[in-house]
Design a protein around this ligand. Structure first.
Ligand code: G3P
Ligand code: CA
Length: 332
């Protein structure tokens, strides 16, 4: 029954009118950042999920990036592949399963992107990673490269007349570096290939790891965003990187949403206001129609509370909801 309801919701969303080409771009208003594409509907980090996000009105599409053995940036949330692809059903790759220690000291047994060439990864097909979301699009679509995603954004900008931005996140950069894969240089080269090495480019480049942002700050003018999370479960827990420090190299901060609105009451914490006072963009994550905190009556109400608290953009798995909330159309 649940799958049936989700299917109906998906079809209803698919029948909704896309935003008109002349729709006002959110800048300098609130940015709708499509988190992993339209990942609430389609398998995340596929060309189809990014295209759907643009159709739903996203200002920016977000590829999380890892690297292949031959040094290509590809879109996956995690370097491991078992939950987001069909690799577990590929006997030709069975022997590549391996065990490593992750950045947080956790032991991981899986297949990892950096052990495969791009040509090998391109034979895989993407899968839905969340068990409560539609699975009918599993095993259809390939893993995209960052270049392919950047080309999609440029083509859609030309086609629609709306400026479609890119919001890449470098995943596990230190771990890549330890394996001889220089993510800083790969990212710099990718930005230059697409003419995105200046602050005027429609790009925000994000990471949880400060070192890669600090290195890139020395090489390019592209706007950088430090991702932060609370070091603990209490609403008063300190952030993983403090605002004054990150303001020295970042144009913005990407905090966990519980840092912007109190996780139990929804009240503004003051964090976004403090960041804004330092001149920072504030882009909290992640807003999900199917993952509301108890205090929010609707997904739109949760996003509105973030904006009222000082957010200048939101990461959402449901960019259509974000668009309706920001632009005032639809049932919100
Ligand atoms: O990049 C913002 C947000 O996506 C960070 O969390 O784990 O979904 O990449 P994650
Ligand atoms: Ca991300």
């Amino acid at each position: 029954m649940r799958l049936f309801i989700m299917l109906i919701a998906f079809l209803a969303a698919g029948c909704a009118s896309p935003p008109p080409a002349e729709a006002p771009h959110a800048a300098p208003g609130i940015l709708i950042i499509a988190h992993r594409g339209a990942s609430g509907e389609l398998p995340e980090h596929t060309m189809q999920a990014y295209a759907r996000a643009i159709e739903l009105g996203a200002d920016y599409i977000e590829p999380d990036l890892v690297m292949t053995r031959d040094g290509v940036l590809v879109a996956r949330h995690d370097p491991w592949l078992s939950d987001s692809t069909d690799i577990g059903d590929r006997p030709e790759f069975a022997s590549r399963k391996t065990t490593l220690t992750g950045p947080d000291g956790q032991e991981l047994t899986d297949w990892f992107a950096w052990d495969f060439t791009l040509a090998e990864l391109k034979t895989l097909r993407a899968r839905q990673v969340r068990p409560d979301r539609p699975r009918q699009f599993d095993d259809l679509w390939a893993i995209p490269t960052y270049d392919e995603i950047a080309e999609l954004a440029a083509a859609e900008t030309a086609r629609t007349g709306r400026l479609i931005g890119l919001y890449p996140e470098t995943k596990w950069p230190r771990h890549h570096q330890d394996r001889g894969l220089d993510m800083t240089s790969a990212m710099e080269a990718a930005l230059r290939r697409h003419g995105h090495e200046t602050a005027e480019a429609p790009v925000f480049l994000q990471s949880f790891e400060p070192f890669i942002l600090i290195e890139l700050k020395e090489r390019v003018g592209t706007r950088l965003v430090q991702l932060v999370f609370p070091l603990g479960t209490s609403p008063d827990a300190p952030p993983s990187v403090d605002l004054e420090t990150l303001a020295t190299y970042s144009a913005g901060v990407g905090p966990h949403k519980s840092m912007v609105n109190h996780p139990l009451t929804g009240e503004a914490t003051g964090y976004a206001a403090r960041a804004r006072a330092l001149g920072l963009e504030v882009h909290p994550w992640t807003y999900r129609d199917d993952g509301l905190p108890g205090w929010a009556a609707t997904p739109e109400a949760e996003i509105r509370a973030a904006i009222e608290a000082g957010a200048t953009g939101v990461f959402t798995d449901f960019p259509g909801t974000g668009y309706r909330t920001v632009h005032g159309s639809g049932d919100n």
